[in-house]
Design a binder for this molecule. Structure first.
Ligand code: G16
Length: 540
């Protein structure tokens, strides 16, 4: 039976960079998840009888909200729900399933790289029929709906058996539980030279893929160890756990330190990689060579033609504004366009849909292509393996050759986590006010040539997005950028991005190469005085 349950608005159900993310305890309040899901459905038009994909990264509370979402989808009039065994779908696999099944859209339950478990984070986001995160206009509508919601619709039918593949019904709506990996694997087989990668593994090449007890474990086992023949044990932490084994599933040098240390040791394998909670981010480390996400994007763009799926070349590329300009140099050499978008994968969607770009990426460990409308961690790993198999060189050789021909964009991000939100906001206002007076200011010998608050005009749909980060550009193209994170769940996270281009000095230590710019960034914003923090929490 379908019930209409009275409810009332909750404060602050505003979706951030990637949907609504809050502590599990917040989502566990009565009707909290229901309110947001109903606000999403109320913001959509024309879905009656259509298909909705539902999946999550397996974190604590995933199963409960999947059942709730299924019951609410039935009550609101969807014709079919597609979900995967255990309710587990990586974000890129969900994007693919939406596209392949021509679904109306999808609900993805994840807080991405944020910690899980009862004290961790949870999240809900909506992806549209193109497989990509809902555009700004839609998320604004969802938010507006949360402020006026008075009831939600739900079926009181029984729970769906998520552990058995097959079809069942609730209120006349069909529920199909599918295998989470097989469709995604088939897609990867169309893009990459699996035979070449198999031969690479047969030759003794060794890989370690750290799935961080998150969603990519089953995908890694099936594709890397199964289809491609990497030795068993190449995939570690491959069983998804609701609390990610107590770890923080963020594939960076802090949270994947064990992998990093192994890759820097004499006994390490040839190639190391990791992916995050929901499988859309990637970390790439060669033997003795960490590859920054910005460099990885540039390297993949320069070498993508070596994979069958990209053999015809790239239509164009895109990067988020804070991502280093390394890929711009590759685009210039290839004679293709490079677009600069605000942070957030949703901004790539229109460019991908319009066929204007093939590859895109962000400094926050996300790289992807037109094969889905999300960034894709395992895809990036497979493209790297395809390139390594074809070039028959090590990661370090490929990276060094790249820098030798394009120069090197030294790059680092300094994060100040859980700072007082009011202090952080005030600092951004202070910087914004200071913009007109920054020209000519010096960082060491370098002078500021331009400064703005990044605004984006989407040439596909004509929309404008303002206040996307304070950007200070120096005369040699070096940059200092300030932005407040849109994915944190406690206080504010201030991100300071620092970049310097060098055409000749290619072997410097990164923080040393950037030291003048780092001192400048801290000084003009008054970070210590305003936030009480002398040093960042995380440096990547
Ligand atoms: C999300 C978006 C990314 C974006 C990142 C930024 O990542 O999907 O496109 O780069 O947020 O995070 P922040 O606002 O904290 O800098 P994810 O992996 O958390 O979904």
């Amino acid at each position: 039976m379908i019930k209409t349950v009275p409810t009332k608005p909750f404060e602050g159900q505003k979706p951030g960079t990637s949907g609504l993310r809050k502590k599990v305890s917040v989502f566990q309040q009565a009707y909290y998840a229901e309110n947001f899901i109903q606000s999403i459905f109320d913001g959509l038009e024309g879905f009656k009888g259509k298909t909705l994909v539902i999946g999550g990264d397996g974190r604590y509370f995933n199963r409960e909200v999947i059942q709730t979402t299924i019951r609410m989808a039935a009550a609101n009039g969807f014709g079919r729900v597609l979900t995967a065994k255990g309710g587990l779908l990586s974000t890129p696999a969900a994007s693919h399933l939406i596209r392949k099944s021509k679904a109306f859209g999808g609900i993805i339950l994840s807080a991405s790289h944020n910690p899980g478990g009862p004290d961790g984070d949870f999240g809900i986001k909506y992806n549209a029929g193109n497989g990509g995160p809902a555009p700004e206009k839609m998320t604004e509508q969802f938010f507006a709906n949360t402020k006026k919601i008075s009831s939600y619709k739900i079926s009181d039918g029984a729970d769906c058996n998520l552990d058995k593949l097959g079809t069942s019904k609730i209120e006349g709506m069909t529920i199909e539980v599918v295998d989470p990996v097989s469709d995604y694997q088939k897609l990867m087989e169309t893009l990459f030279d699996f035979d070449a990668i198999k031969t690479l593994f047969k030759s003794g090449f060794r890989v370690r893929f750290d799935a961080m007890h998150a969603i990519t474990g089953p995908y890694g086992h099936a594709i890397l160890e199964g289809a491609l023949g990497a030795p068993k044990g190449s995939v570690v932490n491959g069983t998804p756990l609701p609390d990610f084994g107590g770890h923080h599933p963020d594939p960076n040098l802090v949270h994947a330190k064990e992998l990093y240390d192994l890759m820097m040791s004499a006994s390490g394998p040839d190639f190391g990689a990791a992916s995050d909670g929901d499988g859309d981010r990637n970390l790439i480390i060669g033997k003795n060579q960490f590859v920054t996400p910005s460099d990885s994007l540039a390297l993949l763009a320069a070498n993508a033609h070596l994979a069958p799926g990209y053999a015809k070349g790239l239509a164009g590329v895109a990067r988020s504004m804070p991502t280093s300009c390394a890929v711009d140099r590759v685009a210039a050499k290839l004679g293709i366009k490079c677009f600069e978008t605000p942070t957030g994968w949703k901004f790539f969607g229109n460019l991908l849909d319009a066929g204007m770009i093939t590859l895109c990426g962000e400094e926050s460990a996300g790289t992807g292509s037109n094969h889905v409308r999300e960034k894709d961690g395992l895809w990036a790993v497979l493209l790297w393996l395809n390139i390594l198999a074809k070039r028959q060189q090590s990661v370090v050789e490929i990276v060094r050759e790249h820098w030798a021909s394009y120069g090197r964009n030294y790059y680092s991000r300094h994060d100040y986590e859980e700072v007082d939100a009011e202090a952080a906001n005030k600092m951004m206002v202070f910087l914004r006010d200071k913009l007109p007076n920054l020209k000519g200011e010096k960082a060491g010998a370098l002078a500021v040539s331009a400064a703005d608050d990044f605004a984006y005009h989407d040439i596909v749909d004509g929309s404008n997005t303002a206040n996307q980060g304070i950007r200070i550009v120096f005369e040699d193209g070096s940059r200092v950028i300030y932005r407040l994170s849109g994915t944190g769940t406690a206080g504010a996270t201030l991100r300071v991005y620092v970049e310097k281009y060098e055409s000749k000095n290619l072997g410097l230590e990164t923080q040393a190469a950037l030291s003048d710019l780092i001192g400048f960034a801290r000084g003009i914003a008054g970070i210590a005085e305003r936030t009480g923090r002398m040093e960042p929490t995380v440096i990547t």
